[in-house]
Design a protein around this ligand. Sequence first.
Ligand SMILES: NC(=O)c1ccc[n+]([C@@H]2O[C@H](COP(=O)([O-])OP(=O)(O)OC[C@H]3O[C@@H](n4cnc5c(N)ncnc54)[C@H](O)[C@@H]3O)[C@@H](O)[C@H]2O)c1
Length: 445
Amino acid sequence: MPYAKKYYNITFMSKTSKKETVVVVGLGYVGLPLALLAKESGYNVIGFDINKEWVDMINGGVCPLGDDEKVAKKFAQFRFKATYDKDDITQGDIILVAVPTPVDEDQNPVYDYVISASEMVARTMKKGTLVVLESTVNPGTCEEIVRPLFEREGHIIGKDVFIAHCPERIDPGKSSFSAGYHIGNTARVVGAFTKEGTKRAAAFYRSIIDAEVREMKSIREAEAVKILENSFRDINIAFINEIAQSFDRLGIDVLDVIEGAKTKPYAFMAHYPSCGVGGHCIPVDPYYLIESAQRSGFEHEFMRNARRINNFMPIYAVERMQDALNSIKLPLKGEKIGILGLAYKANVDDTRESPSFKIIKHLRKHGADVISFDPHVLHKCDSQSLEDILARVDHIFIATNHDEFVNMDLSLLKKNNIKVVLDGKNCMDKDAIEALGVVYRGIGR
Ligand SMILES: NC(=O)c1ccc[n+]([C@@H]2O[C@H](COP(=O)([O-])OP(=O)(O)OC[C@H]3O[C@@H](n4cnc5c(N)ncnc54)[C@H](O)[C@@H]3O)[C@@H](O)[C@H]2O)c1
């Protein structure tokens, strides 16, 4: 049966008739599911990564993102060859680049991975290849950084190589292959340097996803879409984090207010306060635009403020802990506090930019005796079970809303004589905890 992409209600090539080879460069949270999706869609797929251990795991049949059951299932179904041999890049008709784009300690964008991956592809690819950058970058990166690397190798853009940008939209925490929106049915935007490049990139994505693929007028616009999306989110989270701090002073429960505001059927979009914003995207991507706009003579004050507010939240949460302890005449210094959660988001094992580490550092700076537990990141923890950490501490600080914590048997708090619960994710039953005689503090409640 021919494979029909439902969104367009038209029939594309049969899944099995796709003869082209897709090379995915960078097999992390984005690249691995992407490789699986291309394989599932009928392409011949080769995954390239500089992490040899990772490559060996993949070739040995071990899913490196095994924590995500749905990715692991696809991995078992749609095996592809992984490699760290640069010569294999030559086989790609389509090369998708999904390498990291972090910031350094001073929040300056780090382009090193994009540069080294692009240089390698430019040196090894065959003529006529479509190269798509999926990494998040600021507007202008493809033009100012990526394009010259290909031209330096003698490639003519739009003839020897078709360079496009299609920013990834994976929602971490929801499986890349979960029900609802996932990598295979989330709309995408593409932009390229030439019309043919845009068309080729759009055709490729239409052949692997069931959703709209919007052709942007330029590669710069495609780059800007991603930064807009994530800055929008960062700013809205900062706003509600600011409201939460204000409501704490006013004695108003921010969650109740958000529920009230949500009854308005238009023009309100709920965002939620917490002890901090983590992950590889939201606390990072805005800096890419802030920095590049500044180089062009524009100061993003609103975005800078959002970053400042969100960066302050771990410290604010520690202040809430201190306030809770003081209310029962205890200092922060010397108290035994258990951090529940090191991952930046519920039910994932990703600790990149996680606020938990800033919280631990700040608590220790004030003399607290801190140990940690996270069922998804056991190798980084002092305690290996919820029962153990509850038995060893007097207070808990919930830094990640993992199911294991949200669904915890609250009688364990009483049994272990826990005195304070700091709910950094506002995910616990406040009334039930207070009914046990335990002091509860949330962020804005
Ligand atoms: N993680 C997400 O949820 C998410 C969502 C949307 C967009 N993004 C963006 O996607 C990009 C990739 O993010 P990620 O989370 O997959 O990163 P990651 O760190 O999980 O994976 C990146 C992989 O690239 C490899 N790598 C680094 N340099 C390389 C090179 N020169 N050649 C080949 N491989 C190389 C690394 O070894 C690693 O395995 C980033 O720009 C990120 O901002 C991430």
